[in-house]
Design a protein around this ligand. Structure first.
Ligand code: AMP
Ligand code: GLY
Length: 417
């Protein structure tokens, strides 16, 4: 089987590794990929979506897997293009990927389908948004479109709300688009992933990411400084509520509204005092949650994704370990405001049983690895207990060094239930 994975980060490195470990290892390709991914998957000589869609049929690709979201909604859409070329795609078409690309679309979908979520009003101007907030703080403001993780602000007061609205609705930092003024919810967050095949689904191991840069959840938001994954992250009662109140009505809603879906769907959920509520959908796996979840997945991921893309949910092909997995991110100096590239990375060969996924690295002509981006590496360990997984992941991370390395020491330790 010849599989093409689309993306270039730590999530895609983890996906490619998991696919390579399938019982009948597929021939792997990756676009745009990275030097580390190219140790397992061949690079594709494409320059963008259009040339990628031309390349696939002439190179007998059997399955395309969408790692990152952007190509799903670029141009004609990755899955739409694959469908035209007759190539099965694990990832939804453009019209369904609006669940991630437009927060207004997602909110409408949630409300129409009676799925618990925060109240929200879409506003087109600064004055309209301020009037809608009506001095009720904290408030949550969300730009409607894709904004590389920078489109959401939880504002404690009028000054921070004005600053965000000014930037987004007056200076148009992210271009045209409205802002959702949303009720602020409270409670621990959990990321739930389902593989969806038309009207059927399979829920993967739940995870939680650590979004802020500093220990104790302090400092600015990042793309994620670590993650923990385990079935035990949420109680069986809560997981069952998430399934019946959120996952099932989402899958039924997609079918009812004629939104085709074959691929991973990420439910960003807040466990509020009145029950689980959806704060966002993403039409892909999470990053860095994927790096934490994949080591717990057993079986034939390649066969599972191919069958899914062809319309068959093969639950029998996968199983999930009961234990815990902890993922520690090593970031470069300056992250999340900037990234420092070109620092030599030492200690990569010494991780023992931990897995190392590359997010932002580059290999020099001499074969050394150096930093190449904000988030550099993910160090992941899994074990029967959370304490063991924490100890192993942090011990393995201790062995890796580069100038300016930033990392949280409380990943997997700071724990919310
Ligand atoms: P999003 O990009 O929608 O995932 O939002 C980023 C982060 O903002 C989430 O992970 C939450 O921590 C926070 N957030 C989003 N919506 C809400 C809400 N309604 N209430 C409180 N926090 C929120
Ligand atoms: N970890 C958050 C995300 O993948 O969007």
């Amino acid at each position: 089987m010849r599989i093409l994975v689309v993306g270039k980060g730590g999530r895609e490195h983890a996906l490619v590794r998991a696919l390579a470990e399938s019982p009948e290892p597929p021939e792997l390709f990756c676009f745009p990929g990275s030097d580390a991914i190219f140790e397992l998957a061949q690079p594709v000589p494409a320059s963008g979506l259009e040339s990628l869609l031309e390349w696939m049929p002439s190179h007998a690709i059997d399955l395309c897997i969408a790692g990152e979201e952007s190509y799903l909604v670029t141009g004609e859409g990755l899955a739409n293009g694959c469908a035209k070329a007759g190539i099965p795609c694990w990832g939804p078409p453009k019209e369904s990927a609006q669940l991630e690309a437009s927060k207004e679309f997602a909110k409408g979908f949630l409300l129409r389908n009676g799925i618990p979520t925060a109240r929200a009003t879409a506003c087109g101007t600064f004055d309209e948004a301020l009037a809608t907030i009506a001095d009720e703080y904290p408030t949550v403001l969300k730009f409607d479109g894709l904004a590389a993780g920078k489109g959401v602000a939880v504002c404690p007061d009028a000054a921070s709300a004005r600053e965000f609205l000014e930037e987004v609705l007056v200076r148009r930092r992210f271009g045209a688009g409205r802002v959702l003024v949303e009720q602020c919810l409270t409670g621990p967050e959990v990321s739930v992933f389902a593989a969806i095949v038309d009207e059927t689904y399979l829920i993967f191991t739940p995870a939680r990411d650590y979004k802020r840069i500093g220990d104790g959840d302090c400092g600015p938001n990042t793309g994620g400084m670590g993650a923990v994954a385990s079935r035990q992250l949420v109680s069986p009662e809560t997981l069952s509520r998430i399934e019946t109140e959120i996952v099932q009505p989402t899958v039924a809603g997609l079918c009812r509204e004629g939104l085709p879906y074959r691929g991973f769907l990420y439910f960003g959920i807040m466990l509020t005092p009145s029950g689980p509520q959806v704060i966002e959908y993403n039409c892909r796996f999470g990053d860095p949650e994927c790096q934490a979840v994949m080591p717990l997945v057993r079986g034939d991921l390649a066969g599972f994704c191919l069958a899914g893309a062809q319309g068959q949910l093969r639950r029998d092909l996968l199983a999930f370990d009961d234990g815990w997995s902890v993922c520690v991110i090593l970031a470069s100096a300056g992250y999340p405001n900037s990234a420092h590239s070109g620092e030599r990375i030492a200690g990569l060969g010494t991780a023992g049983s931990a897995r190392i996924y590359h997010a932002g690295t580059r290999q020099t002509a001499a074969g050394d690895w150096e930093t190449h981006g904000g988030r550099v590496l993910a160090v992941v360990a899994s074990a029967v207990t959370r304490a063991e997984a924490v100890a192993q992941a942090h011990a393995a991370a201790d062995l890796i060094h580069f100038e300016g390395l930033q990392r949280r020491r409380d990943i997997g330790i700071l724990h919310f239930t």
